[in-house]
Design a protein around this ligand. Structure first.
Ligand SMILES: COc1ccc2c(n1)CCN(C(=O)[C@H]1C[C@@H](CC(=O)O)C1)[C@H]2C(=O)Nc1cc(F)c2c(c1)C=CC2(C)C
Length: 216
């Protein structure tokens, strides 16, 4: 890896992340104290499980589409076979949405951006999936605690997505090679930002232990 290649790889991943972020950080900062009224929370809580999941699924599908676009612009990702690109996106895109979600999270009042305002866990009560929602919020807290810059978040997102341990990959060795190059890029950026304390943390691509099933 010549230094030039690493810089070029980082630059293209950061550009791709920036171009595929649904909302700019400044927009979300402006909204971060816009929370739901009691009536609005009541309205969400009186939805049926299916209505609420439908409502969330539409938004998450939106966020996943942006992650697909992000992946397509990662040089190493495009080099992989179509089947491996699809396998990585099927299993990894939701994890990247959750990693990206930390940009939409306000740790001071434990709320996440949802439907244009910031929602606490009580808004999702009608999903009857308290443990899943708690895991999503805990994960967002953990990601925020790392205080990653947009560039570090871009490289970390690519690292989470390009994971050679995903099921049903045809050419694991090739995926591992791309993973390694992204890892070198992230290490390079963390060194440059004197964020060495983060090195050990971000190399374990964090997983959420999604509870096996929701009661409903
Ligand atoms: C990448 O990070 C993020 C983070 C949040 C959101 C997005 N992406 C996508 C866009 N978004 C919107 O709400 C859109 C604003 C639009 C209407 C408008 O523009 O006003 C609709 C957010 C969203 O979907 N939040 C969301 C969904 C969801 F299912 C859950 C949680 C949070 C928390 C727990 C669960 C239940 C898992």
């Amino acid at each position: 890896h010549s230094l030039r290649n690493i810089d070029e790889l980082c630059a293209s991943i950061v550009r791709s992340h920036r171009e595929t972020s649904q909302y700019r950080l400044e927009e979300l900062q402006a909204l971060r104290w816009k929370v739901f009224s009691r009536e609005e929370i009541q309205a969400y809580q009186s939805k049926t499980v299916d209505e609420m999941w439908q409502h969330c699924a539409v938004r998450l599908t939106d966020a996943v589409q942006y992650v697909v676009e992000f992946a397509k612009h990662i040089p190493g990702f495009r080099m992989l076979s179509q089947n491996d690109q699809i396998a990585l996106l099927k299993t990894g895109s939701m994890e990247v949405v959750l990693v990206r979600m930390c940009r939409f999270f306000n740790t001071e009042n434990n709320t996440v951006f949802f439907d244009g305002k910031f929602a606490g866990t009580e808004v999702f009560k009608s999903l009857a999936c308290g443990d899943l929602i708690a895991a999503v919020f805990d994960f967002a807290h953990g990601m925020c605690a790392l205080k990653l810059t947009e560039q570090q978040l871009a490289l970390f997102s690519a690292l989470v997505l390009i994971n050679a341990d995903r099921p049903s990959l045809e050419d694991r060795v090739r995926v591992q090679r791309v993973h390694r190059s992204v890892e070198v890029g992230l290490t390079h950026i963390l060194h440059r930002d004197n964020h060495d304390s983060l090195l050990h943390k971000v190399h374990v691509s964090s997983r959420i232990n999604i509870p096996s099933h929701c009661p409903h």
